[in-house]
Write a protein that binds this ligand. Structure first.
Ligand code: COA
Length: 260
């Protein structure tokens, strides 16, 4: 499949999705949103991809958010209804069983940060600036930001960011738990890819169930979450890889996972 506003490649079980409009700091236009929806929809059922990395082309931005030039084009009633029918690509990301890692260099604003919030783990460069800046355009986040940000950093910090539109430097983002690691800018993507390869080397079914237990469990009452963990742990006891893992340990050799 050929893409216009993103790049997509898979190497050794790691898919890299690159937002590819560097001339406008990878701002998201309609084409990019549609392509991200198609790409993540395909990933939901792609067993060959174990881990996904999302990044931005060029050295200056992950994404500067929605393409503001589209805001001034008039939208008729039909356009609004069409928009309402569409599934936001970040909701498709929520259905991906693979861990998704954001590699953030430079600007991550508005919809760009909302995309990073829909990832499971965020690594940022020391040059990163992150913000839900919509308020300065007289709008509010519309890609899940008002819901995902408070779940990640708490109500007060989320409101501080969303009401003011502040553009946080990487170190502050790290301090509030908005990103998991800050590394020198040029090392963000290599660090994310190296981590992705480490995860891709784990037993495939265990990797997926580990994510499922944490992500689905967070939305459940504790007792139901523990039940879910128990069910998934029990299902894992049926895999060949579980026996292989134990044998490899006892025989002092690296395991050979089959994903069965
Ligand atoms: N939508 C459309 N175009 C954008 C854009 C966006 N969100 N963000 C940047 N661009 C464009 C600029 O208009 C400019 O285009 P031009 O070369 O045709 O003039 C180009 O990208 C480079 O941006 P520029 O502003 O010149 O670079 P900068 O380094 O001085 O500043 C930003 C970069 C990201 C700080 C600044 O562009 C900005 O604040 N963008 C808006 C971010 C935002 O509010 N996003 C949320 C949208 S809801």
């Amino acid at each position: 499949m050929s893409w216009e506003a993103i790049r997509y490649e898979v190497t050794d079980g790691v898919a890299t999705v690159t937002l590819n409009r560097p001339d406008v700091h990878n701002a998201m236009n309609d084409v990019m949103r549609r392509e991200l929806t198609s790409c993540f929809t395909a990933l939901v059922t792609d067993d060959d991809v174990r881990v996904v990395v999302v990044t931005g082309a060029g050295e200056r931005a992950f994404s500067a958010g929605a393409d503001i030039r589209e805001f001034v084009a008039p939208t008729g009633a039909v356009g609004f209804r069409e928009h309402r029918k569409r599934l936001d690509f970040r909701q498709v990301m929520d259905r991906c069983p693979q861990p998704i890692i954001a590699a953030i260099r430079g600007y991550a604003f508005g919809g760009g940060l909302e995309l990073a919030l829909a990832c499971d783990i965020r690594f940022a460069g020391d040059d990163a600036r992150l913000g839900l800046t919509e308020i300065d355009l007289a709008i509010i986040p519309g890609g899940g930001g008002t819901q995902r940000l408070p779940r990640l950093v708490g109500r007060g910090k989320a409101l501080e960011m969303i009401l003011s539109g502040v553009r946080l430097p990487a170190a502050e983002a790290l301090a509030i738990g908005l990103v998991e690691r800050v590394v020198p800018a040029a090392e963000v993507l290599p660090t994310a890819l190296a981590f992705a390869r480490t995860l891709a080397g784990k037993a495939p079914v265990a990797l997926r169930y580990a994510k499922e237990a944490v992500v689905k469990g967070r939305g459940l009452p504790l007792a139901d979450g523990i039940r879910l963990e128990n069910d998934l742990a029990t299902l894992l006891r049926t895999t060949e890889d579980r026996v292989e893992g134990a044998r490899a340990f006892l025989e002092k050799r690296p395991p050979k996972w089959t994903g069965r």
